[in-house]
Design a binder for this molecule. Structure first.
Ligand code: SF4
Length: 258
């Protein structure tokens, strides 16, 4: 998932009692959260976790979703059947991951979900700006991870040039006027106070109006960056992260610490 993505429970594939093994679209899925009120602003939503991500962020919260093929996949036909049973009970469906835009089958899946009457949200790290551009007309809301200033990305993701891609996606979304929340996780090279405030100023100058700072969720062992690179906010959440609140509140009409 993009950034601090998946929250709520993952329901692995074996949870399905019956499987309509639909082959269209060929979307590789790693899990489903059937109901959440925190992953799409103001709406009751289900979250679909797409399998696979080409980046390797040290704080990734869902490493089981990074490989192209998961060990216990869900089938798109089962997910679609679930959503058909939730029509008029849920407002929205969010595609998360992993990185959803990795998969060529995503646009068709998005269209199918929208045809059921759901709003569609996307959690993305902005890894594939061109694919994101073609998807935009079919999206109602996007949660975009901007992990750092462009030059600091490789230290986080392990991928040269990753910052340029993410920031290109940001500008694309801002130019399109897409309903957008930008998020940053306080970890690694972004965790120093000067960096955080510089990043926030650059985002505000770019036109971001809705912004969230997130503290890393450290599940399943120590952060791969090592303790010395984890902002104390990652360990003692709100009271330490609160040092960023005055700057964030001054820069963004909508600012949140998580
Ligand atoms: S972009 Fe980073 S945090 Fe998001 S799913 Fe990929 S590796 Fe994990």
């Amino acid at each position: 998932m993009a950034g601090l993505a998946p929250r709520g429970s993952l329901l692995p594939g074996r949870a399905g009692a019956t499987r309509a093994r639909s082959t269209r679209p060929l979307l590789r899925l790693g899990g489903l959260t059937p109901l959440t009120s925190i992953d799409y602003p103001g709406e009751l939503a289900a979250v679909i976790f797409c399998q696979g991500c080409p980046w390797r962020c040290g704080y990734c919260h869902n490493p089981e979703l990074l490989a192209p093929i998961g060990q216990d996949p869900l089938f798109w036909g089962d997910v679609l059947g679930f959503l058909q049973r939730r029509q008029h009970l849920l407002d929205a469906v969010v595609f998360s991951g992993g990185e959803p835009t990795l998969q060529w089958a995503l646009p068709e899946a998005v269209k199918q979900v929208r045809s059921l009457g759901f709003k569609v949200g996307l959690h993305t790290a902005g890894i594939y700006p061109r694919r994101l551009a073609t998807l935009l007309p079919h999206l109602d809301w996007v949660g975009l991870d901007i992990k750092a200033l462009p030059e600091d990305y490789p230290a986080l993701t392990g991928v040269p040039g990753s910052g340029a891609r993410a920031w290109e996606s940001l500008h694309l979304l801002l130019d399109a006027g897409t309903s957008l929340e930008v998020r940053t996780t306080l970890a690694g090279p972004v965790s120093h106070r000067g960096k955080v405030e510089t990043l926030m100023r650059r985002l505000a100058q770019a036109g971001v109006t809705c912004y969230a700072l997130q503290t890393p969720r450290r599940v399943g062992g120590p952060c791969q960056f090592g303790e010395e690179h984890v902002n104390p906010a990652g360990l003692m959440a709100s009271q330490d992260a609160a040092i960023y609140a005055p700057c964030g509140q001054a820069l963004f009409p909508h600012f949140e610490l998580r």
